[in-house]
Design a protein around this ligand. Structure first.
Ligand code: 3PG
Ligand code: MG
Length: 397
């Protein structure tokens, strides 16, 4: 794809620069503390560049899905505090993202200072892409920078609407995401394998269809494997099943056969009687899944088979955990595959969301070629769709 204009292509010194970031970080349920700050760190190069070049930086972000009203637990103070620690300079946060208080705070900004505005999604106009809300946001700045790749599949006011009012460019994270993800679509080194997991096929159909002709091999684990197994008439017990996706799974397997793309399913799985760490578990071949059990992870033979296939690959894209990763006892398959991929001599690209969190948690991020910050956004991008937030940014001259 064509490269986008970036912050380096415009004058920022002394100007009010509105920088849309995705600080939608996971929070611990009880304490509300940030459990993975990699999305904040990922935008640091852009924030630093702007600040060092004398811009007055106005950060916009959403957090969670408050649905157009104020939700105390989704205020951005925790992210402002974390950013301030990593950046080494104060980052004040306003109590709203539009209005008189915000205008005053913006007017008081000096060159190089950074201000964070409150959660955009406290206003319903954000998600509906309301034109006057977009205009109110735009009125706060002189230029707009989009570094929120992870939200650019949403045609929201702060992603698309705002670009109609201000000169707009990409930030460095946006640039890096587009370069790495389009790289695996456009000219991947072969053999190219995609390892897919996670709960649902429905999230990944578009992506699967689009990459089918580009990859040599598809390895399927995680909850979605159960629907594929069902489509091949295996007993899957009480495993998660997407009934309306059985035909799709069958069609995808048939398509893979026609295109001579290998498609591997687990040949053994871990089954459990309940979804808890105290569950009774067993490793069984997929021919012998008991009726009263459910699949919670891939088995050791599958790990070995997947590993053997991956060793030959020169490009690997991974999205989706291999089992119910949130429960430590069912995280083994995901952890083993993460280690295997981290040690490959290959281009390794990891889709965002829970896969990225698992890789970050295991400290393997630096051993991967690229870990995307985008969950849904990276899936849509690899599904061949033009993301509205990306389409709204001008190409490099
Ligand atoms: C994400 O985490 O997927 C992005 O921040 C977008 O959030 P959303 O899925 O709630 O739109
Ligand atoms: Mg999402």
């Amino acid at each position: 794809m064509n490269r986008k204009m970036t912050v380096e292509d415009i004058e920022v010194s002394g100007r009010r620069v509105i920088l849309r970031v995705d600080f939608n970080v996971p929070l611990a349920e009880e304490t509300g503390e940030i459990t993975d700050d990699s999305r904040i760190r990922a935008s640091l190069p852009t924030i630093k560049y702007l600040s060092e070049h004398g811009a007055r930086v106005i950060l916009l972000s959403h957090m969670g899905r408050p649905g157009g009203k104020v939700v105390a637990g989704l205020r951005l103070a925790v992210t402002a505090e974390r950013l301030s620690q990593i950046l080494g300079q104060p980052v004040p946060v306003t109590s709203d993202c539009v209005g008189v208080e915000v205008e005053k705070a913006v007017a008081g900004l000096k060159n190089g200072e950074v201000l964070l505005l409150e959660n955009l999604r406290f206003h319903s106009g954000e998600e509906s892409g309301d034109a006057s809300f977009a205009e109110a946001l735009a009125s706060l700045g002189d230029v707009f920078v989009n570094d929120a790749f992870a939200t650019s599949h949403r045609a929201h006011a702060s992603i698309v609407g705002i670009t109609r009012h201000l000169p707009s460019v990409a930030g460095f994270l946006m640039e890096k995401e587009l370069k790495n993800l389009s790289g695996i679509l456009e000219n991947p080194a072969h053999p190219f394998a995609s390892l897919l997991g996670g709960a649902k096929i429905s999230d990944k159909v578009g992506m699967l269809e689009n990459i089918m002709s580009k990859v040599d091999l598809i390895l399927i684990g995680g909850g979605m494997a159960a629907t594929f197994l069902k489509a091949k008439s295996y007993e899957i017990g009480r495993s998660l099943l997407e009934v309306d996706m059985i035909d799709t799974a069958a069609r995808l397997m048939e398509k893979a056969g026609k295109e001579k793309t290998g498609l591997l399913l687990p040949n053994d799985v871990v089954v459990a009687d309940e979804l808890s760490n105290e569950a009774e578990t067993a490793i069984v071949p997929v021919e012998n899944i008991p009726r009263d059990r459910r699949i919670v992870d891939i088995g050791p033979r599958t790990i070995a088979d997947f590993s053997k296939e991956l060793q030959n690959c020169r490009t690997v894209f991974w999205n989706g955990p291999m089992g119910i990763y949130e429960i430590p006892g069912f995280a083994g398959g995901t952890q083993e595959l993460a280690k295997i991929i981290a040690n490959l001599e290959a281009i390794t690209v990891i889709g965002g969301g829970s896969t990225a969190e698992a890789v970050n948690e295991m400290g393997l991020t630096d051993k991967m070629t690229f870990v995307s910050t985008g969950g849904g956004a990276s899936l849509e991008f690899l599904g061949g769709q033009m993301l509205p937030g990306v389409a709204a940014l001008p190409d490099k001259q």
